[in-house]
Design a protein around this ligand. Structure first.
Ligand SMILES: *[C@@H]1O[C@H](CO)[C@@H](O)[C@H](O)[C@H]1NC(C)=O
Ligand SMILES: *[C@@H]1O[C@H](CO)[C@@H](O)[C@H](O)[C@H]1NC(C)=O
Length: 185
């Protein structure tokens, strides 16, 4: 990541008279990252909704895995954008907090869909073996990825927004906990 090219661009930015010329707009990438996460959650929700379980569900089960990996990628790349970002301004913090708030019902609704498919996943693999442990594992990974994202974002918010963000994060965590419990019992 921190290649010679980056060092070169950095030196170039320092040597330019107009400051800020080469600055990447990390706050915008975080906001568009959250939008990508939302899109990926909606896609996953749609695929899971259509999952019939059993032999006929084999292809859909693979699609679900693919959708989960896309979602994971969206989360981890947004986390790295947040980590690379300078502290957000108040306006940026507000927009980012708002984007997170918008994400909550999408995540809650999608996790409810996943919970409702437990019995299909239990008759998942070619109709022979249970996939519920795979789902439990995916949910745990997605939850820890989301927690890492929240931590990275909160560290860059202004104090007002950093103060309210845990309320949003706890709603997301609670939804994950419920879904994980559903699959672990
Ligand atoms: C960024 O914000 C954090 C937490 O508010 C603060 O501790 C840190 O000093 C800030 N960094 C800069 C470069 O302003
Ligand atoms: C998730 O899927 C369910 C069932 O199809 C649907 O009712 C719900 O609106 C979907 N949620 C989102 C966020 O797309």
């Amino acid at each position: 990541m921190y290649s010679v090219k980056n060092v070169f661009l950095f030196s170039l930015a320092l040597s330019l008279p107009t400051h800020g010329f080469c600055k990447r707009d990390e706050a915008s990438s975080v906001i568009s990252g959250i939008q990508k996460i939302s899109d990926a959650v909606i896609t996953l929700n749609k695929t899971v909704s259509s999952y019939p379980g059993g032999i006929e569900g084999t292809i859909t089960a693979l699609d679900i895995l693919g959708d989960s990996f896309s979602l994971e990628h969206a989360i981890t790349s947004t986390t790295s954008d947040a980590k690379q970002s300078a502290n957000f301004t108040d306006t940026e913090s507000q927009s980012i907090a708002q984007a997170f708030v918008n994400l909550v019902p999408t995540i809650q609704s999608s996790l409810t869909t996943i919970e409702g498919k437990k019995s299909e996943f239990q008759h998942g693999l070619l109709g022979l073996a249970s996939l519920d442990w795979v789902v439990e594992d995916l949910l745990k990974t997605l939850k820890s990825d989301s927690d890492a994202l929240s931590t990275a974002v909160i560290a860059k918010l202004t104090s007002t927004w950093a103060g309210v963000a845990p309320l949003v994060v706890s709603q997301i965590d609670a939804a994950f906990e419920t879904a994980i419990t559903t699959y672990s019992t």
